[in-house]
Design a protein around this ligand. Structure first.
Ligand code: NAD
Length: 402
């Protein structure tokens, strides 16, 4: 749809539609008991016209090559929407990491890294954490790459989301939630909804969701309900978010938090509120439950939380949707800052990271909003148009080799 709205030629479309590189690797490694196991892994670079490929690596039993290709394309548009000089990539291994010990996970990660190493490099392809990978995984990847390509001398800028001790950036952990919060500030200002006193609901009180909730709470928005995979809690007068964060840290869930009632996921989505933040999984809101949503703004902190049916219903009902490739781009933006700091060998304080993030998110929001108003299209289509157009322009500017 975005390509049509932009009136891109068939030639341009075919240049940006398909991944540039797809690598499948065999990953044999030794288990603790001496047996050899093997898994299959992938790395896909969708488009590198605007810069090196950037995108996470996920470990999950349901990973497929098609999914990795789609996620890589998603990263291309996301990086372009916030105008950071990266293209899109993604990696995945078909594995249930919960069934491996930590040493097994390390050996598997190192062998996978060795397999995809020909594609990696600070100016070629820069992985990051995704589902069931974390800063430790990035530390192993950085070390393996450094051993293989630089005789062990450190190459921190080959991955982001690293531990701070080896070149990670301050503010990376909070970046996705903080970026989503800035898009909400802009949306509230645009719709003349005062944040102070507004009612908000967060589905998925994890890394991204809890940070948005904390920042909204700080602006005196009443966060009336949140949930996680085990259940939800509700208080019409607003939950005490700092206490809830400590409670979840201690117990592992929000369930049973004092001074709150239990609430089901279905009822949480249907609560009367101004702001709804899906921050859990894909396809959380569907054609079945979308008509029950009464929020005025939906901020997609999660990737793909609305099915196409739900999207059509909610847009038809006049809900203002902040699409995922804009709303949750704070994570990849601070990943970019991490890479910049590594490349400069000069590290920023937290204030600088946060100020620059706010600047990038506000600018991107305004650019998407301008397209939304000028072209009279939904925010999702506007974001796609902005991202795709930037990639198409870069692709055409580089021309066709040979
Ligand atoms: P996370 O694992 O920290 O949090 C996810 C939360 O959702 C957990 O609290 C989990 O219990 C909860 N949850 C799972 N199933 C649920 C259900 N059925 N109902 C309600 N809650 C449920 O993950 P995260 O890093 O916060 O990521 C959340 C979403 O944000 C994902 O879609 C992810 O792709 C997206 N995202 C995250 C980042 C990042 O940097 N963390 C960047 C971009 C996008």
């Amino acid at each position: 749809m975005a390509a049509e709205a932009l009136e891109l030629t068939e030639c341009t479309r075919s240049l940006i539609k398909y991944p540039e590189r797809v690598l499948t690797v065999n990953i044999p490694f030794r288990m603790d008991n001496g047996d050899i196991h093997r898994f299959e892994g992938y790395r896909v670079q969708h488009n590198t016209s605007r810069g090196p490929a950037k995108g996470g690596i996920r470990y999950h039993p349901d990973v497929t090559l098609d999914e990795v290709k789609a996620l890589a394309m998603w990263m291309t548009w996301k990086c372009a929407v916030v105008n950071i000089p990266f293209g899109g990539g993604k990696g995945g291994v078909i594995v249930d990491p919960k069934k491996l010990t930590n040493p097994e996970l390390e050996r598997m990660t190192r062998r996978y890294t060795a397999g995809i190493a020909p594609l990696l490099g600070p100016h070629r392809d820069i992985p990051a954490p995704d589902v069931y990978t974390n800063s430790q995984t990035m530390g192993w990847i950085m070390d393996t790459y450094s051993m293989m390509s630089a005789a062990g001398y450190p190459t921190p800028s080959v991955v982001t989301g690293k531990p701070i001790s080896i070149g990670g950036s301050l503010g990376r952990n909070e970046a996705t939630g903080r970026g989503a919060y800035h898009t909400l500030q802009s949306a509230c200002a645009h719709l003349h909804i005062p944040m102070k006193g507004s009612k908000s609901v967060v589905q998925g009180f994890g890394n991204a969701g809890s940070v948005v909730a904390k920042l909204l709470d700080g602006e005196q928005s009443l966060v009336i309900a949140v949930n996680d995979s085990r259940g939800g809690v509700f208080n019409a007068a607003g939950l005490d978010i700092p206490k809830l964060m400590l409670y979840k840290e201690r117990t592992g869930s929000v369930v049973g938090f004092p001074n709150a009632e239990a609430i089901s996921n279905e009822n949480l989505l249907a609560l009367e509120c101004d702001i709804l933040i899906p921050a859990a999984l894909e396809n959380a809101i569907t054609g079945e439950n979308a008509h029950r949503v009464s929020a005025k703004i939906i901020a997609e902190a999660a990737n793909g939380p609305l099915t196409p049916d739900a999207d059509a219903i909610l847009e038809g009902n006049g809900v203002f949707i902040i699409p995922d490739i804009l709303c949750n781009a704070g994570g990849v933006t601070v990943s970019y800052f991490e890479w910049c700091q590594n490349e400069q060998h000069y590290y920023w304080d937290l204030h600088e990271v946060e100020a620059r993030l706010e600047n990038v998110m506000n600018k991107a929001f305004q650019e998407v909003l301008n397209l939304h108003s000028d072209r009279k299209v939904g925010m999702r289509l506007a974001a796609n148009m902005l991202g795709i157009n930037r990639v198409a322009e870069a692709t055409m500017a580089r021309g066709l080799y040979p």
